[in-house]
Write a new protein. Structure first.
Length: 486
């Protein structure tokens, strides 16, 4: 089922939870804490009730401060900090983020924040109906102050009288390290005589001590639409760039000294960039230059149909070595109508003694969540995390400072669930209930982050949607739940 179809099925039902408290989580998860003054999703009156989501983001700084971008109940967007002492978020502070729509978040230092996304300023380039065409990045801190904005790329707006569609520039990935080295990838329209004829990808980097992002290289081949990319930066400032050009997945290393290594083909690709809420490729690099790229390759037509190659795969590199051959984790993904895998489809991380990948796959006609370890260039310990026969969707993967790992997913009729394992172990513990949803068909997408200091896992989610009643206009209650680090 496509994202649009799934949400229509789940959210077309009545919402009656605006005054109903969220059910208690089960140990070791703390009690849910309401997100006062903020929301992730809302019902709006627009010629009838319409469901919409806020461009929400969640992360922890290297100093251990939780930070979230959410919609404000009073209107517009805002930010809020996580107060670990009371187990919840503080008041939501209004912000326009200097007219940047936050589509990607990365943190640095004890309190620094980068946000990248479309530039929605009235003075910026826009379509006739107000759609943004340019991409910008803002730099600020967890207090909600974002004083610096830089426009990275502009889209294409046809001249008056030219019968052609506009083409927007799009931020496809963002990453930073503790010292403030940051990188962002942007998909930019290529214009022929009178219209957009394709898109190219460009990497911008802000090195330590520099005030601006600077163009480093154009990469990949020109494609019909935007292509998904992934970025990771290690503590010394080495940048791992990976992308899917619709045919193959590739990677390049840009060293902290600015040297651009040879491009490597990692394996079979096939995904398009479908938006910031669709995770198709992820990357990780540690201080020794161990590298991991994992991806889900699934073509999607204009009707939402999914097709070949239909695989989940990964490739790893040891320090000073090139990437190894493609490790296929799942193949033969379901094809046809309503088979497009949406949302946070894949997550991965490098641990002390292995890599770990979690992903959305299919078990017959049921969408499920799986995981596997990568050791010595091979997959080990592949297993089903979600319950067999229950439609489930991956929401996120959190890794603590000691290697503890927590995977979070939503399950039809069951709410938010999780599984955890301690660092240095290969066995996952039993399923944990993060937030029950016994009388629901699902929940809106959740946000998941792990603290690099305490090892806490933080989940930010909306209340579940029941299958009865009449939707009430206004924000859907949101809440945060914390799992103490182990």
């Amino acid at each position: 089922m496509s994202l649009r179809s799934r949400r229509a099925a789940v959210l077309a039902a009545a919402l009656s939870l605006l005054v109903v408290p969220v059910a208690r989580a089960a140990a070791p998860w703390a009690d849910p804490q309401p997100l006062s003054g903020g929301y992730l999703a809302t019902w709006r009156e627009s010629g009838g009730l319409a469901f919409s989501t806020a461009p929400a983001q969640l992360g922890f700084t290297q100093g251990g401060t939780g930070f979230a971008v959410v919609g404000r109940s009073a209107g517009g967007l805002g930010s809020t900090r996580f107060a670990g002492s009371r187990g919840g978020f503080g008041a939501v502070t209004a912000s326009t983020f200097r007219s940047v729509v936050p589509e990607h978040l990365a943190t640095f230092g004890r309190s620094g924040v980068y946000l990248a996304g479309a530039l929605a300023s009235p003075s910026a380039q826009q379509t006739a109906n107000g759609g943004p065409l340019s991409v910008a990045v803002v730099r600020g801190n967890v207090t909600g102050d974002f004083p610096t904005r830089q426009t990275l790329a502009q889209g294409y707006l046809p001249k008056k009288g030219v019968l052609a569609d506009p083409g927007a520039a799009t931020a496809t990935a963002l990453a930073s390290n503790a010292t403030g080295v940051a990188a962002v990838t942007v998909s930019i329209p290529v214009v022929g005589r009178t219209r957009v004829i394709g898109y190219r990808s460009r990497l911008f980097v802000r090195w330590r001590g520099q005030s601006l992002f600077r163009r480093v290289l154009d990469y990949g081949k020109q494609t019909v639409g935007s292509s998904p990319s992934a970025l990771a930066i290690n503590p010394t400032g080495d940048i791992l760039l990976a992308w899917d050009d619709r045919t193959s997945v590739h990677a390049r290393l840009i060293t902290a000294g600015g040297k651009i290594a040879t491009e490597q083909r990692l394996g079979l690709g096939g995904s398009a960039y479908l938006g910031p809420s669709f995770t198709r490729i992820v990357a990780s690099i540690d201080s020794t230059r161990r590298m991991l790229v994992a991806w889900l390759a699934q073509r999607a037509g204009s009707s939402g149909n999914a097709g070949g190659p239909g695989i989940v795969a990964a490739s790893v590199a040891s320090p000073g070595k090139p990437f190894g051959s493609q490790i296929t984790l799942e193949s033969g993904l379901k094809q046809g109508d309503r088979a497009l895998i949406s949302g946070t489809a894949i997550q991965a991380a490098i641990l002390r003694d292995r890599g770990v990948v979690t992903w959305d796959g299919w078990q017959g006609s049921t969408r499920v969540v799986r995981t596997a370890d990568l050791v010595g260039g091979r997959a080990q310990g592949a297993r089903l995390l979600s319950t067999a026969g229950v439609s489930s969707w991956l929401q996120g993967l959190a890794v603590g400072p000691r290697g503890g790992t927590v995977a979070v997913w939503s399950a039809e009729g069951q709410g938010l669930l999780a599984a955890a394992r301690a660092g240095g172990t290969s066995n996952w513990d039993g399923t944990e209930t993060v937030a029950p949803g016994a009388d629901t068909t699902g929940m809106t997408d959740a946000l998941v982050a792990g603290s690099p200091v305490s090892g806490d896992t933080l989940v930010l989610a909306s209340a579940p949607v029941p299958m009865s009643g009449v939707p009430t206009p206004g924000p859907i209650p949101a809440f945060s739940i914390r799992r103490p680090g182990s």
